[in-house]
Design a protein around this ligand. Structure first.
Ligand code: 13P
Ligand code: SF4
Length: 334
């Protein structure tokens, strides 16, 4: 039965989801950009790297992934024996859309002396065509381990790539993708907001364009922004990332004030991720009840994609030393 012709209004969704989670031996993983009610019912809420690690480690039989499709695919790549459900299969990502596998493959072939460092926000097929996957919290650590003269393609986020290039002094070839959410912050409105809250720092995600990052006091992944918001001495912090993360901040330090950075009209909801917002409690309930929609991957593709993800997990665990990996170790084997 599809959701459209179901009436779930009589159900206590929290209780039902909890019951099904136990019956199915399921773990609910959620990204910080999910609606507050989903974050609150999840077993674990985290950034992309933490969620990948959880998916790889869990001994649950079912992973209900409350995030977007590339995240649920990552869970399936790392835990193929588990059933992975995504409440709404249409929960995509503009970065993934910007990088079709055939175009990425052709680009790689034009630059055979470059390795591909690819942001986790991409399809399993693009992961399979990449050498090392990175997240915003692992990119710098991974770049630090590559020889300085290594030629690198960074895809698909040109803003994260540009930020990393500026920070590490590396000249990388950037794929021209953007996150439609972080792209919408307005520099003019941010300057006005800062003037209204003198002294309040700006914490920004590196998916923001450079003209926004130029005004930031702290740049990092969602987990890193959350840590800064909780631990820094400021009473008021301006948050330049998807605003649902503010829920965790308000729970952790209710005495502080967190203000979402504005879009062009100064007060819009345009910075809510439309893909993440597709997941609802109703769809999570149905996913746990029906064990659908499921993520399924071709085994050959999965194994190829796993190589680049495993490199990320290994290189972000601190066990590989600086400069340890050279071009020969990383050359893409097709
Ligand atoms: P992180 O949680 O890794 O910072 O990623 C942010 C994001 O945009 C996920 O889609
Ligand atoms: Fe993709 Fe941006 Fe949404 Fe993250 S916030 S899922 S990068 S569109």
């Amino acid at each position: 039965m599809t959701m459209q012709n179901e009436n779930l209004s009589g159900l206590d969704l929290r209780t039902e989801i909890d019951r099904l989670r136990k019956e199915r031996n399921a773990i609910i993983l959620a990204h910080y950009y999910q609606k507050p009610e989903i974050q609150d019912i999840a077993d674990f809420v985290g950034d992309s790297l933490e969620l990948s690690r959880k998916a790889a480690e869990t001994d649950a039989d079912v992973i209900a992934f409350c995030g977007v499709k590339f995240m649920a695919e990552t869970a399936k790549i790392l835990s193929p024996e588990k059933i992975v459900v995504l409440p709404d299969l249409d929960a995509g990502c503009s970065l993934e859309d910007s990088c079709p596998p055939d175009k990425f493959k052709a680009f790689r072939e034009e630059h055979p002396d470059h390795i591909a460092l690819t942001y986790i926000n991409c399809s399993a097929a693009v992961k399979a065509l990449s050498d090392i996957i990175v997240t915003s919290s692992s990119a710098e650590m991974i770049l630090d381990q590559l020889p300085k003269d290594q030629k690198i393609i960074f895809a698909p986020d040109k803003h994260l790539g540009g930020y990393m290039a500026r920070k590490t002094g590396r000249d990388m070839l950037l794929w021209p993708g953007v996150c439609i959410v972080h792209e919408k912050f307005s520099e003019t409105e941010l300057i006005k907001l800062k003037a209204e809250h003198p002294g309040a720092p700006v914490a920004a995600h590196p998916e923001c364009p450079a003209h926004i990052l130029d005004h930031a006091d702290h740049v990092g992944s969602t987990s890193s922004i959350l840590k800064f918001a909780k631990e820094s001495d400021y009473d008021t912090v301006i948050i330049a990332t998807e605003p649902h993360i503010i829920h965790q901040m308000e729970k952790a330090v209710p005495e502080k004030t967190f203000i979402g950075a504005p879009g062009a009209d100064g007060n819009c909801n345009c910075n809510i991720c439309p893909y993440m917002a597709l997941n609802t409690m109703e769809k999570l309930y149905i996913a746990l009840r029906d064990l659908e929609p499921r993520i399924e991957l071709d085994e050959e593709l999965r194994l190829q994609a796993k190589k680049s993800l495993d490199r990320m997990l290994e290189m972000s665990s601190g066990t590989v030393g600086k400069g340890d990996l050279g071009p020969t170790d990383l050359a893409h084997k097709g």
